[in-house]
Structure formats: C-alpha cells, structure tokens
Design a protein around this ligand. Structure first.
Ligand code: SAM
Ligand code: SF4
Length: 335
C-alpha cells in the first residue's frame, strides 16, 4: 500500500490547511482598483478543466487542507462552476471543514439555492458601495441591484453572508459607516480591506489608498468597538460593535503585518500554485497534474512549494507613483 502523502508544512513550520482556488480569471465587473477596463485575460486553453481543478483540490485535501475557498476573477461566471461546487461539497463534513466562495454577487440570485444545496454555508460578497452611481463608476458596470438581490437570495437560501469592502479614499470613505450599519442590520458581518498594490490598473493606487487605522478611529468616535479573539481562519482581526450587535473585521496588509500565522496558498485557474499573494514564488501544478505519474510529480511539486513559501509579503504603498509590488492582478492569483 502506498503511504499517504506528507502534510503541507512550510520551512517556518506553518501548516497549510486553507486553499484559495481560482476557477477563472475572467470577470463581469471591472473594479477600478482590481483591473483595467481592457483587461488581458488568460487564454482559455491554459485554464484547468473542471476535472483538473477537482483533482488538484483532492491532492490538497489528501495533504491536510481542510478549507477551500473558490474565487477568481468572478467564480460564478465560469459556466460549469456549480458542478465543481457539488463535487467538492461532498467532502464537507469529511476531509473538508468548509467549502466557501468569494463572489461579486452579480449572479448570486441565480445560484444561491444550488450553492446551499451543495453544502456552502457561508460566502463572502464584495460590495464597496450601495450607491448606484458610485457602484457603476467604481466597477464600470451598472449592477448594484443584481448584487443586492444576490445577497438577499443567499440569505433566503440559508447562507451566511459576509460583506467585503475595500476602503477607498474619496470613493467610499464617507459611506463606510453607513454600509456597516446596513449590513449589520441585515445580519451580515463586514470585513474592511486595505487596497493592495497588485497589477497595473492604469492609475495610481496611492490616490485612493486609505489606511484602516484612520477608518477605525472614525468608527470609534461613533460606536463602541469591542475587540474579540474570533477568527475565520484568515488574516482579519475582528471587533464586535456594541450598538449594532454585528462583527467587523479589518484586513491590514499594509499597516499591520499578519504573515506569522499564514496557513494558506493560492492556485490560479491555470494551475500555478502561488505561495503568497504578495510575492512571485510559485510552482507549476498543471504540469504535475498532466504528467505520466501525477502522484510522484505532485509530491515533488508540493515539496518544492513548501520550501519556497516566503516568510512574509513585501507590500508597501510608499507614496504617489509607487509601482505595483506584484505584477499579477488580484483576479489572477485569486483574491
Ligand atoms: N470577483 C470576486 C469578488 O470581487 O469578490 C472574487 C475575486 S476578487 C479579486 C476578491 C476580493 O479582492 C474582492 O473583495 C476585491 O474587492 C478584492 N480586491 C481586488 N483587487 C484588490 C486590490 N488591489 N487590493 C485589495 N483588494 C482587492
Ligand atoms: Fe471582478 Fe472581483 Fe476584480 Fe471586481 S474585484 S473586477 S468583481 S475580480
């Protein structure tokens, strides 16, 4: 009998238990901080098939991964995506503690019931503004109604929704508290995110970079923020807001480093295993999956990957005109 493959433990003794799996780099929105209007997407021929994505996910599960987040690009624009959700959903309660996804919500109304039936219990929906004109300007698409309907549909299907909001100076800065109040009123937690310097967007990110310590001070003037040790297995730090009864997370890659407890890796839709969102280190799993002896090739690739996972990311937004820290867009690596 062949011995089970070794668990994924990197050279800093961090166990990798969380996979973010990008099922496509394509998207139906064009959020200004994420990608340019004329985004160059990966050639379809290079993208892993559904079967390959599933095989890759199983290889991770066999090596100790217990949580998978499907992402992209926009995961729900990939046509056969729900089949993958169903296949992976069968492992929830066994090898997987959780199967979840991050979505922009535009197609959620259509898929909410199927996702719930497949075993998805929680999802993250990205929403930076509820204002129609602002949403259209920021995402370059007039879709806020579809997103709000998607959030309501998810809720009605019994899926817990967490709202992810990128804090953006002069764009949604004045709306963040209202957005939190609305979300908590609907029973949704919220996580705020600092904009990260990933990929060329044809504009200077420093113009809209808003450090979350400033946002937090503003919120503290309005509400009582009670720190909690709660964790969702990701990099967010949480507080409970006494007045709203809801939870608020802060993801601060730039103002507060969270790498010491990193437990995750990211697989792109073309099978490139990135060891850190903020670094170039990666290993080609597609070649391993397509080799004559996939098991041996995967073992070798994973061993190499664990040796290459960096201790921490190298992000910084130093000032106006700073170049992207990483050339890849978030939509390629999988947010
Ligand atoms: N399309 C889906 C969505 O928007 O939720 C999933 C992929 S998207 C790349 C995942 C998350 O990354 C979203 O919450 C988005 O706001 C965030 N994001 C994209 N580019 C970012 C950047 N440069 N800095 C910080 N967050 C970013
Ligand atoms: Fe698409 Fe998500 Fe990027 Fe917005 S953040 S353009 S929804 S991938």
């Amino acid at each position: 009998m062949t011995p089970p493959p070794p668990p994924l433990i990197d050279r800093y003794a961090r166990a990798i238990t969380y996979l973010r799996l990008s099922v496509t780099d394509r998207c139906d929105l064009r959020c200004a901080y994420c990608m340019p209007e004329r985004m160059q997407f990966l050639p379809r021929a290079e993208v892993l098939t559904l079967e390959e994505l599933y095989c890759a996910a199983r290889a991770f599960m066999a090596r100790g991964v217990r949580k998978i987040r499907l992402t992209g690009g926009e995961p729900l624009v990939r046509r056969d995506m729900i089949e993958l959700v169903r296949a992976l959903g069968r492992h929830v309660g066994g090898e997987l503690d959780e199967l979840t996804l991050t979505t922009n919500g535009t197609r959620l109304a259509e898929f909410a019931d199927d996702l719930a039936a497949a075993g998805v219990r929680r999802i993250n929906v990205s929403l930076d503004t509820r204002d129609r004109a602002r949403f259209a300007a920021l995402t370059r698409r007039d879709q806020v109604d579809a997103v709000l309907a998607g959030i309501a549909a998810a809720r009605a299907a019994g899926i817990a929704v967490k709202i992810n909001t990128v804090a953006l100076k002069d764009i949604n800065e004045d709306e963040i508290a209202d957005l939190i109040g609305w979300a908590h009123g609907q029973g949704h937690d919220v996580t705020l995110i600092e904009v990260m310097p990933l990929g060329d967007i044809g504009a200077d990110r420093f113009d809209h970079y808003l450090p979350l310590d400033a946002v937090r001070r503003e919120l503290e003037a309005r509400w009582t923020l009670v720190p909690t040790t709660a964790t969702s297995g990701g990099p967010a730090r949480y507080v409970d807001i006494a007045e709203t009864g809801g939870r608020l997370g802060f993801i601060t890659p730039l103002t507060g480093n969270f790498c010491a407890g990193c437990n995750r890796v990211r697989l792109t839709a073309t099978g490139q295993l990135y060891l850190c969102l903020g670094g170039e280190a990666h290993v080609d799993l597609r070649a391993a999956l397509r080799s004559d002896d996939p098991e041996a090739a995967l073992n070798a690739a994973f061993a190499r990957a664990m040796g290459e996972k960096p201790e921490r990311h190298g992000f910084a937004i130093d000032g106006p005109g700073a170049a992207a820290a990483v050339a890849r867009h978030m939509s390629v690596t999988g947010g």
